[in-house]
Design a binder for this molecule. Structure first.
Ligand code: F6P
Length: 346
């Protein structure tokens, strides 16, 4: 066979795992089309690692990825597999790699997805390459992960609409955006919408300094509507506690309760939730996903393993997955400084 002479892999699997993100379909499409272009066969694995354990797999053709570049979600479905965390689970998964004749895997997802891929490749002879896909954009080794741009734009569009009605009613609005452990999305969206205040999980907050003073300052400047953006995981106050006295609902509801109690306003709370994870991917997500899918197959074809395709210094490259996983998610320092200036209390 022609390919046997040219490339290190003959048949690869592709899966999506963890929270879905707009652009995952474009990445799957790119993996399939690049592989077929190189003469490599592709097997689609449904429901992430769960599907690999259960043999929920099928041979993919170009037709399977037609008309999906513009679709949100993932045609391969996704799941979070507890069984794959066990050695027994991974043994079953590897048995299916052998049964289906897979030499390599492309795993699209977040840090958890990559840890799973590494565990499998360290125990069994299978090559793995990861593609960052999560709306949280919290993969330390990559400046960008698929889905972030679309999610941010969805949140911004929704917040702009909320602002219209808040402005008309001269109200305070608390908007909770996704981000259980990462504040990247909240920070970015906060800058883009001109928020009065932004609370994120990484930085414990003090109600007086980080919310009340900013609302007061805006009021003194003549404003009569206020927008507070809260990441879903920003439940930690600077003393480390949750606010038990005024309620223990979502992070957004807690902050709204405090605004009500301390400032006498009557805020409306909107939890944007999973709205942010769906929808047609933006141009940036489609193109990044396509480029990452292409790069992932090229890496496997060249015989590489344990690699992650990352965006660093303005370009894409593949880096060692072990090294990549050591890097903690960090907030963009420049964005932090900009937000600080934009929400400064005069
Ligand atoms: O995909 C990441 C994320 O959207 C987080 O921001 C959020 O905390 C989590 O997924 C929600 O996951 P689930 O779909 O299980 O509710």
């Amino acid at each position: 066979m022609e390919n046997e002479k040219k490339y290190a892999v003959r048949r690869i699997g592709v899966l999506t795992s963890g929270g879905d993100a707009p652009g995952m379909n474009a990445a799957v499409r790119a993996v399939v089309r690049t592989a077929l272009y190189l003469g490599i066969e592709v097997v689609g694995i449904r429901r992430g690692w769960h599907g690999l354990i259960n043999g929920d797999m099928f041979r993919m053709t170009a037709g399977d990825v037609a008309r999906i570049i513009n679709k949100g979600g993932t045609i391969l479905y996704t799941a979070r597999s507890q069984e794959f965390r066990t050695k027994e689970g991974r043994q079953k998964a590897y048995n299916n790699c052998r049964l289906f004749g897979l030499d390599g895997l492309v795993a699209i997802g977040g840090d958890g997805t990559f840890s799973g891929a590494l565990a499998l490749s360290s125990e069994f002879p299978i090559s793995v390459v990861g593609i960052p896909g999560t709306i949280d954009n919290d993969i330390g080794c990559s400046h960008y992960s698929i889905g972030y741009d679309t999610a941010a734009n969805t949140a911004i569009e929704a917040i702009d609409k909320i602002r219209d009605t808040m402005q008309s009613h001269e109200r305070c609005s608390v908007i909770e955006v996704m981000g259980h452990r990462a504040g990247n999305l909240a920070l970015y969206v906060g800058i883009a919408t001109g928020a009065t205040a932004v609370l994120i999980p990484e930085e414990p907050w003090d109600f007086e300094a980080h919310v009340a003073e900013k609302i007061r300052s805006a009021r003194l400047a003549g404003r009569t509507h206020f927008m507070v953006i809260v990441a879903e995981g920003a439940t930690r106050k600077s003393d480390g506690s949750l606010d038990d006295e005024v309620g223990n609902g979502s992070a957004g509801a807690q902050v709204a309760d405090m605004i009500r109690a301390e400032l006498g306003l009557d805020p409306r709370v909107t939890v944007l939730g999973h709205l942010q994870r769906g929808g047609a991917p933006s141009a940036r997500d489609r193109v990044t996903a396509t480029r990452m899918g292409y790069a992932a197959v090229q890496a496997l074809a060249e015989g590489k393993t344990n690699r992650v395709i990352v965006r660093q210094d303005g370009g894409l490259k593949d880096i060692d997955m072990v090294e990549g996983l050591k890097l903690q998610n960090g907030l963009d320092e420049e964005e932090k400084a900009v937000l600080k200036a934009m929400t400064f209390s005069f």
